[in-house]
Unconditional design. Structure first.
Length: 72
C-alpha cells in the first residue's frame, strides 16, 4: 500500500470530524456576532453586502485552521 493513500484519508477524517465541524460552527458564530448590530439596521442590499463579507471572512479564517494542500 502506498503512503499517498494515507495522508488524504487523514485529512478527510480531520475535516469531517465532529470536533472540527464544531470549531467551524463556533468560528461562523463569532464572525456573525461581530456583524449582528450592523445586520439588524441594514437594508436589503446592505444585508447582502454584509453577508458576503461574513462569507469571505469565514473562508479566510477557515483556511488558517485547515491543513493546506501544499503542506501534505
Amino acid at each position: 500500500m502506498s503512503h499517498f493513500g494515507i495522508l488524504p484519508d487523514s485529512v478527510d477524517r480531520m475535516i469531517y470530524s465532529p470536533e472540527h465541524q464544531a470549531r467551524l460552527m463556533e468560528l461562523r458564530r463569532e464572525i456573525e456576532a461581530r456583524y449582528d448590530l450592523e445586520l439588524q439596521s441594514a437594508g436589503y442590499f446592505q444585508r447582502l453586502r454584509i453577508r458576503r463579507m461574513i462569507e469571505l471572512e469565514f473562508s479566510i479564517a477557515r483556511k488558517t485552521i485547515e491543513p493546506s494542500d501544499l503542506a501534505l
